[in-house]
Design a protein around this ligand. Structure first.
Ligand code: CAA
Length: 261
């Protein structure tokens, strides 16, 4: 699958290793990358030789540092809503509903859309140096790729809101304690540990796992109106002065001064 600019796929003995490959921008999710990710996952879904998918980021610094701030910094509300909606439909829901296990292999920063991507996977294995957070409020935004829904599902409402309000990162051990990741291992053992986990799953019925994924998701989707509220609210943020200041400050590498309401 070398037709992709930002994604590398390697298949071996039932395991597909999908590597997001934009290391200079810390694998930030631009539209092209998301579009490629959609194509990759659609291809793997229909590929009988793939049993388990591992999703990771290139380099030793980041899994994914979020949605591409440069790309969306001049968007208006309508474009913001569209960005969120498109991401939900084409990638994040596709991965969450994927009929075979998807393991996020978190090898460094997983921030904003990056943590949201890891949370859309069925489970997460992290390296000791991984750092996770939802920094969107520091940009005058909210998480727009499912973070307002999947983070409280995984770690509870109080901790989720603290992470969203503070915009701070947590380290891998804290994430393990919160139940945000399933395992933490030294960075040099990360991929092997994820592969071992995948191999242990492959001893069982992948078809049954597909049904388990569908059933677990069905229970959690009870309150799915939350996703629609997130999409609209994410777009609304783009019409605020706080968003303009937050994204400009990031691009100018300075601290934001939010004008507020
Ligand atoms: N978008 C675009 N570019 C990004 C990026 C992002 N999310 N994250 C990092 N980069 C770029 C930087 O601009 C920089 O590019 P240049 O060399 O051209 O200046 C390059 O990647 C390396 O980054 P840093 O120099 O900043 O590296 P650092 O080690 O000093 O800091 C970091 C690392 C703490 C992760 C920092 O890069 C950072 O804070 N990144 C942004 C994190 C963030 O706010 N993510 C949320 C995005 S919004 C979102 O995701 C919305 C949503 O829910 C849909």
């Amino acid at each position: 699958m070398s037709q992709f600019q930002f994604i590398h796929v390697e298949k071996n003995q039932g395991i597909a290793l999908v590597t997001l490959n934009r290391p200079k921008q810390l694998n930030a999710l631009n539209r092209k990358l998301l579009n490629e990710l959609n194509q990759v996952f659609e291809g793997l879904r229909d590929d009988a030789s793939t049993k388990v998918v591992l999703l990771t980021g290139a380099g030793d610094k980041a899994f994914v540092a979020g949605a591409d701030i440069k790309e969306f910094s001049s968007f208006n509300g309508e474009q913001g809503t569209e960005l969120s909606k498109e991401g939900h439909m084409s990638v994040f829901n596709l991965i969450e509903e994927f009929p075979k296990p998807v393991i996020a292999v978190v090898n460094g920063f997983a921030l904003g859309g990056g943590l949201e991507l890891a949370m859309s996977a069925h489970l997460r294995v992290a390296s000791e140096n991984a750092r996770m957070g939802l920094p969107e409020t520091s940009l005058g935004l909210i998480p727009g790729y499912g973070g307002t829904q999947r983070l409280p599902q995984l770690i509870g409402k109080g901790r989720a809101l603290e992470m969203i309000f503070s915009a701070k990162m947590i380290d891998a051990e804290t994430a393990l304690g919160y139940g945000l990741v399933n395992q933490v291992v030294p960075q040099e053992e990360l991929l092997d540990s994820a592969k071992k986990l995948a191999e242990s799953f492959m001893k069982n019925s992948i078809i049954a796992m597909g049904f388990a994924i569908e059933s677990v998701n069905a229970g959690l989707l009870e309150g799915s109106v939350g996703y629609d509220v997130e999409v609209q609210a994410f777009g609304d943020c783009f019409e605020t002065e706080d968003f303009k200041e937050g994204t400009q400050a990031f691009l100018e590498k300075r601290k934001p001064e939010f004008p507020g309401a």
